[in-house]
Design a protein around this ligand. Structure first.
Ligand code: PLP
Length: 392
């Protein structure tokens, strides 16, 4: 037998595994020093009371024969898809229940969606960005082109009509740069994708961090997106579900390629390879979209955004260039003294005991930049920034 040779083309180490190993080595060598982790994008606040209450009740449902649930629908329970449809309607986006597919998170769906597309398609991926888009395409042996996100375009690349791409990845608000597209910019991408017959894979995992009311939360707020876009979202960052696992993907009925409905293909794929997200988790997810749940998750995100302000105001005081942190939990800074991003990682860990993420791990344009996250506790975020102030 032959194994998939494409795995040999992957980078040697997954970014977070590499930073975690360096941090663990440092901790072993300096057992007396407390490390503060502002690196990996995991949440720290517990699930909100509305979610916990709904999940407790759902566990009780499972204890009684008359309210017990076995296998659920492949596309998710109707009660959750109805909540999601109402959530989109608040922004004027009308979605049919059969256009919403519940899953165990955005990462799985972003990888699994590639089952629908031929290997010969070309993927266009922003650089820098969440590494999963590139690696999942490399695993499938698909050619990848990059759209450069740099300081001079506000880390928001715009379409180049001379570039031909089939799958266009977008992440807004962006991980790692925190940059978020305006409606006008998204419209330019939608027009480009429709003109090329391409499909936009729009990752909205951080939409709940948007506080600037003029920015779209969903690509479907933009006219023309229904014929060219798939949207991925997740409750991981919206409601602290990183360990609980629930996400959703939206595929409009108008999205047809090669005469075939992509939503229909996706349902066929899910029915074959996925047996649904658990009933208890979907009940918890639906509670996020109740008025009580919305108020509670907003308060939690406001707390993270307050951490972001602690980070950005310290950087401003130190004269370190940064972007992000306003509609996003990520702060993207320029490594001081022209350090490269792994040198700055080692410097920050060695001198301040603070772990961040080297920008280079998100793509070549990330070299010289560094990502800090606002997902720590207020205390550890404040302490981390005090330690950094001391070394500058
Ligand atoms: N998309 C982006 C841009 C992310 O940063 C992450 C997680 O960090 C994910 C998707 C994965 O989300 P999930 O936990 O739903 O798999």
């Amino acid at each position: 037998m032959k194994i998939n040779p494409c795995y040999e083309n992957l980078g040697q180490n997954y970014l977070f595994a590499a930073t975690a190993k360096k941090a663990a080595d440092y901790a072993a060598a300096h057992p007396d020093k407390k490390i503060i982790r502002l690196g990996i994008g995991d949440v720290t606040k517990p699930l909100c009371p509305a979610v916990i209450g709904a999940m407790h009740k759902a566990v009780d449902d499972m204890s009684r024969p008359e309210s017990f649930y076995g296998y659920g629908p492949y596309e998710g329970y109707e009660f959750l898809r109805e909540s999601l449809s109402r959530y989109y309607a608040l922004r004027g986006v009308s979605l049919g229940l059969d256009e919403i597919f519940v899953s165990d998170g955005a990462k799985s769906d972003l990888g699994n969606i590639l089952d629908l597309f031929d290997r010969d398609n070309t993927a266009l991926v922003p650089d820098p960005v969440y590494p999963v888009y590139v690696d999942t395409n490399i695993m499938a042996g698909r050619p990848v082109l990059f759209a450069d996100a740099r300081e001079d375009n506000g880390f928001l690349p715009m379409p180049d009509p001379s570039v031909k791409a089939d799958l266009i990845y977008m992440c807004s608000p962006n991980n790692p740069t925190g940059a978020a597209y305006s409606a006008g910019q998204l419209k330019a991408w939608v027009d480009y994708a429709n003109a090329q017959g391409a499909v936009i894979l729009f990752d909205a995992a951080y939409e709940a961090f948007i506080r600037d009311e003029s920015l779209p939360h969903s690509i479907f707020e933009v006219e023309g997106a229904r014929t060219c876009a798939i949207e991925f979202c997740s409750l991981s960052k919206t409601a602290g579900f990183t360990g609980t696992r629930c996400g959703y993907t939206v595929i409009p009925k108008e999205l047809v390629r090669g005469g075939v409905s992509l939503g229909g293909m996706w349902l066929r794929r899910q029915a074959t390879k996925f047996n649904g997200t658990s009933y208890v988790v979907q009940r918890g997810a639906a509670a996020v979209f109740t008025p009580e749940g919305q108020a509670q998750v907003r308060e939690a995100i406001d707390g993270y955004l307050q951490n972001a302000r602690v980070i950005t105001s310290a950087l401003a005081d130190m004269g370190i260039w940064y972007t992000g942190g306003q509609n996003s939990p990520y702060i993207w800074l320029k490594c001081p003294d022209r350090m490269d991003s792994w040198t700055f990682f080692d410097f920050l860990l060695g001198r301040a005991g603070v772990v961040g993420t080297p920008g280079e791990g998100f793509g070549k344009n990330g070299e010289g930049f560094f990502r800090l996250t606002a997902f720590g506790s207020p205390e550890s975020t404040t302490e981390a920034m005090e330690r950094i102030r001391r070394i500058f």
